[in-house]
Design a binder for this molecule. Structure first.
Ligand SMILES: Cc1cc2nc3c(=O)[nH]c(=O)nc-3n(C[C@H](O)[C@H](O)[C@H](O)COP(=O)(O)O)c2cc1C
Ligand SMILES: Nc1ncnc2c1ncn2[C@@H]1O[C@H](COP(=O)(O)OP(=O)(O)O)[C@@H](O)[C@H]1O
Length: 240
C-alpha cells in the first residue's frame, strides 16, 4: 500500500448516515484485553486495548475489511485494576502505561472535548470511571465509553498478523485494565488502513479518527446504542 498523500485536510468530520448505522452495522464483538506490542502508549501517546484477532472468527467477521471503525465499548473491569498491583505485567510496563497516558492527557485536548460532549449528551460517565478505583470489593464494574478501533496489520509497523485494537475515548488516569472483558458495538467505518511516511502523520490521522468518532457518535441515532444491552452483557462466570 502506498504512503499517504501529504494533504488529508479534506477528511470528512462525520461519517455514516445521520439516520443511523447502515448494514452490516451494528456489529457486535467480544474479547478479553490482551497485550499488544507496547507501542500505543509509549510511541504514539494513544493507548489501544487489544483483543484476540480470533474474536473476529467467533462473530463470523473474519473477512471484515481492515481499517478504522467507531462505536461503543462496554468494559467489565475487576474492582482492583491490574496496574494497582494484581496484574502479571512487569513494573517497567506499568510505568510506561502511566507515563503514556499522562502524556496524552497533557498534549491533546481532543479526548477531553469528546468527554465533555459525551457528558453533556449522555450523562457523566467520567464520574463512574473515577469511582472505579475507589472500590475494594470483589465486584466487577461495568462502564460504557465511546471508542475508535483499528482492525489490521498496522502497515506502518508491518505486523506479521492482524490485530484488533480499541482506543477508548476516556481518560483512565494512568490505569490499565488487562484481562478485562470488553464488548463492542461497532456502528460505522471511518477509513481503510494506511501506511504512513512518518509516525507524526500516523498520530495526526488517529487524532482525526478520534474526533470523527466522537462527532459521529454524538448524533441521536448513534448515541442511542450506548444503551445496547450487549455492552453490559457479561456472564458472571466469565468475569470472575
Ligand atoms: C484509530 C486508530 C487508527 C489506526 N490506523 C492505523 C493505520 O492506518 N495504519 C497503521 O499502520 N496503524 C494504524 N493504527 C494502529 C497503530 O499503529 C497501533 O495502535 C500502534 O502500532 C500500537 O500498537 P500496539 O498497541 O499493539 O502496541 C491505528 C490505531 C488506531 C487506534
Ligand atoms: N483510553 C484507553 N484506551 C485503551 N486502552 C487504555 C486506555 N487507557 C489505558 N489503557 C490501557 O493501556 C493498554 C494499552 O497500552 P499500549 O501501550 O497500547 O500497549 P499494548 O497495546 O501493547 O498492550 C490497554 O490494554 C489498557 O489496559
Amino acid at each position: 500500500m502506498s504512503p499517504l498523500p501529504p494533504d488529508r485536510s479534506s477528511r470528512p468530520s462525520i461519517v455514516g448516515a445521520d439516520s443511523g448505522p447502515q448494514p452490516p452495522f451494528p456489529l457486535r464483538l467480544t474479547g478479553k484485553v490482551i497485550k499488544g506490542f507496547g507501542r500505543g502508549s509509549k510511541e504514539l501517546g494513544i493507548p489501544t486495548a487489544n483483543i484476540p484477532a480470533e474474536s473476529l472468527n467467533v462473530g463470523g467477521y473474519d473477512d471484515i475489511e481492515s481499517g478504522v471503525y467507531y462505536g461503543w465499548a462496554g468494559l467489565s473491569i475487576a474492582a482492583a485494576p491490574t496496574s494497582l498491583g494484581t496484574g502479571t505485567e512487569d513494573s517497567s510496563m506499568k510505568g510506561a502505561h502511566r507515563e503514556g497516558i499522562t502524556t496524552t492527557k497533557s498534549k491533546h485536548a481532543s479526548e477531553h472535548i469528546v468527554d465533555v460532549v459525551e457528558n453533556a449528551v449522555y450523562g457523566d460517565t467520567t464520574d463512574s470511571g473515577s469511582k472505579l478505583y475507589h472500590h475494594h470489593d470483589r465486584d466487577n464494574l461495568t462502564q460504557v465509553h465511546p471508542m475508535v478501533m483499528s482492525i489490521g496489520w498496522n502497515l506502518y509497523y508491518k505486523n506479521p498478523f492482524r490485530t484488533v485494537e480499541v482506543h477508548i475515548i476516556h481518560d483512565f488516569e494512568g490505569h490499565d485494565f488487562y484481562d478485562a472483558h470488553m464488548n463492542l458495538v461497532i456502528l460505522g467505518f471511518i477509513r481503510p488502513e494506511l501506511d504512513y511516511v512518518s509516525k507524526e502523520k500516523l498520530i495526526e490521522d488517529i487524532r482525526t479518527d478520534i474526533d470523527v468518532a466522537g462527532r459521529s457518535l454524538a448524533r441521536p441515532a448513534y448515541a442511542i446504542y450506548k444503551k445496547d444491552e450487549y455492552l453490559r452483557a457479561f456472564e458472571e462466570a466469565e468475569v470472575r
